[in-house]
Design a protein around this ligand. Sequence first.
Ligand code: NAD
Length: 393
Amino acid sequence: LDVPEKPIVPIIHGDGIGQDVGPAAQKVLEAAANATGRDVSWMRVYAGESGREKYDENLPDDTVNAIDEFRVAIKGPLTTPVGAGFRSLNVALRQTLDFYSNVRPTYYLDGVPSPMKAPEEMDMVTFRENTEDVYAGIEWEEGTEEVEQVREFVEDEMGFDDVMHDGPIGIGIKPITEFGSKRLVRKAIDYALEHDRDKVTLVGKGNIMKFTEGQFTEWGMEVADEEYDDEEVFAAPDSLWEEQDDIDVPDEAVMVESRLADAMLQWMQLRTDEFSVLAMPNLNGDYLSDAAGAQIGGLGIAPGANFGDARVLAEPVHGSAPKRAGQNKANPTAMTLSGRLMFDYMGWKDAGDLVRDAVEETISSGKVTYDLERQLDDAEKLGTDEYAEAIVD
Ligand code: NAD
């Protein structure tokens, strides 16, 4: 990305713990930029609660336009109440600006508590499709005409009268397109090629959802097979049934294999070192990346970023954790390391690496926030601000 000398970077601090971790992450990122001879011009933009306060709107046009125009932005979490009548602002932002790939690297930092035997083996990057699947938000509640039509169609025309039990029912649609699947898998393969990674694993539940998740995997294999040289990228559609050692992958080629989503959650924990880049539909990506985050210290640590074409919106994996909001307690690491992804995309790799190293040094010196402190012996519990200051120091 062509970044100006002092780029304008829109930032949404976010709801709930966003008010704690947003300013703290901003402080660390600014310090890393300055320490590597750079400068950022932060532009506070508003959404969620702050959007309602300033604009009387959840997602003001000014916010969307700023992210659209300046191309590089970072956000904290936004609350989505459970239940009818409120669509996720996070999903709306991703869909409006076509941030179609959500990238979540999972790597281990020294000193972080982990339930795993060998957490240092964890070095995975998940590519989650970000605009479709059940997150498209196409669903209807009982009492609507659409539900009646679907019920009639399924029972009368398809003859599946044993599937729909009597009484209220909710219905959702899970669209997975060739276009959406292929562009996501392409991003994952290109990432593997650029970062010298040897494998891309497509994760779907195609044995049950044949025309959605099954197709995702087939389309992904088509990308691997048809769009790249075999010596460079090797599609292994039989990887579900064959032992990996029996598959003859050309030396140096990135192997594209597939796994069923449920088994993948197991493999990820038992054979961590066998996986590198993962690509999957939206819902699988949501579940799997949270679970991967738990293996390297939990949601307080896990970073992420949304990518479109020539655009990035960094955001931590975690949500707004309302019960910890405004208490100067939450861990700003996830949002800070999300900023590292943004810096990398801007070509500021040294600033990003500095952020990572400083975070690691702080944690391994025993200075942590409450979430890690309760899992560690002899650690010093700091508030969000004090912890951010320790990273800056
Ligand atoms: P959550 O991620 O907000 O919190 C779950 C738990 O994880 C918290 O109770 C806390 O114990 C821990 N946690 C999360 N982040 C932490 C941090 N930085 N430091 C320390 N501990 C941390 O998930 P939730 O409770 O399921 O969701 C709360 C709200 O956030 C919901 O409205 C949900 O829709 C929203 N959400 C937003 C995003 C986003 O903005 N991208 C993502 C997920 C959830």
